[in-house]
Design a binder for this molecule. Structure first.
Ligand SMILES: O=C/C=C/C=C(\O)C(=O)O
Ligand SMILES: [Fe+2]
Length: 330
């Protein structure tokens, strides 16, 4: 019996940028520039635009001054203008569409929408590429500019991890409307506590994990990539030396198999640093991997390295007062 093959959607190509909110923007920007070697390329009102040295678009991070930390929005770039039109039609029909935003810096018209949990997202096609000044061009032609000299410079934006009151609802919304594919998940008695979904050969451009008190729309972390696991030891060294909080030292994840570490930037948003991207998914018929929650500690979370602290599972931004733990299984 041939399996029913649902034709995959290849309309979304990649994560394009993330906007994080900060109530300490100067300190947040200092974290990303001094420690992670990112470069401020624009300051417009209460928004600062930053790039990593191998981002080929103008920027990949926006830091927006706000009353509290958290997610501003995340932008996904489609594979073509026609793909953008197809995805917008699906989003309009989903009932979660907001509408077109046409005045954002560094890219063309973006169609905005929310996940069922309320995270603000957008899809776009037209982007401004980084135009490197001649004196800063690298002889390494695949590199958008010379490797910066400050901190341990990250190379590119890798993924986003969101906290949700209902990870399955958010993951399925993005699978159905944007063509994300489920790669790994954590279930507990059939209830989805975490989903790792991607539009590429990476294990995830987006992870969605249970917010234990049922709060909606929170950020778990934004992740930048080094591609060299050893870089994490230098990054951890300078972060510690300069007084930043390291939640999880260099470590290999079971889920995604990536070499990682976690720190908090000064306003409290969690930042993950990836040494490598773990494993690649090349099988067009890859079957999602399901972890039972009981098997995760010591295998799924950290394959090699420190035991994950409780904060990994219950801290996100904005920080919300712990309310009585609702039964998470709907
Ligand atoms: O319990 C597993 C957590 C895995 C997290 C990731 O793979 C990630 O956030 O990149
Ligand atoms: Fe992550």
């Amino acid at each position: 019996m041939t399996k029913l093959h649902i034709e995959p959607i290849f309309d979304v190509a990649q994560i394009a940028h993330v906007e994080v909110l900060s109530d300490k923007p100067k300190e947040t920007i200092k974290f990303f520039t001094d420690m992670l070697g990112m470069q401020v390329i624009e300051q417009l009102g209460n928004q600062t635009y930053l790039r990593a040295y191998e981002d080929n678009y103008k920027y990949s991070l926006i830091v927006t001054e706000a009353d509290e930390p958290g997610l501003g929005h995340v932008a996904w770039r489609t594979t073509s203008p026609q793909a953008l039109e197809r995805r917008v039609k699906a989003l309009e029909a989903s009932g979660n569409g907001i509408g077109w935003s046409t005045d954002q810096h560094g890219h063309g018209p973006a169609y905005q929408f929310t996940t069922p949990d309320g995270h603000l997202m957008e899809v776009l096609w037209e982007v401004d590429y980084f135009d490197c000044p001649v004196e800063n061009r690298s002889k390494l032609l695949s590199r958008s500019q010379k490797r910066p000299l400050q901190g341990v410079p990250v190379r590119r934006l890798d993924h986003l991890n969101l906290m949700s009151s209902n990870p399955a609802a958010d993951a399925n919304f993005l699978i159905e409307n944007l063509g994300f594919k489920l790669r790994e998940q954590i279930v507990d008695d059939g209830y989805v506590l975490g989903a790792w979904i991607s539009v590429s050969n990476l294990v995830h451009e987006l992870a969605i994990m249970q917010e234990p008190t049922g709060q909606k729309g929170k950020l778990h972390h934004v992740c930048y990539w080094y591609g060299v696991p050893q870089n994490l030891y230098d990054a951890a060294d300078i972060l510690k030396d300069h007084g930043y909080f390291i939640e999880i030292p260099p470590n290999k994840h079971g889920i995604s198999q990536a070499f990682c570490m976690y720190a908090y930037e000064p306003s409290g948003n969690r930042v993950e640093l990836f040494g490598d991207a773990g494993y690649l998914i090349l099988d067009p018929d890859f079957q999602p991997i399901t972890w039972e929650m009981k098997d995760v500690p010591g295998n799924g979370d950290t394959w090699i390295g420190a035991v994950f602290p409780d904060s990994f599972w219950n801290y996100g931004t904005p920080v919300t007062a712990p309310v009585a733990l609702k039964a998470v299984a709907e």
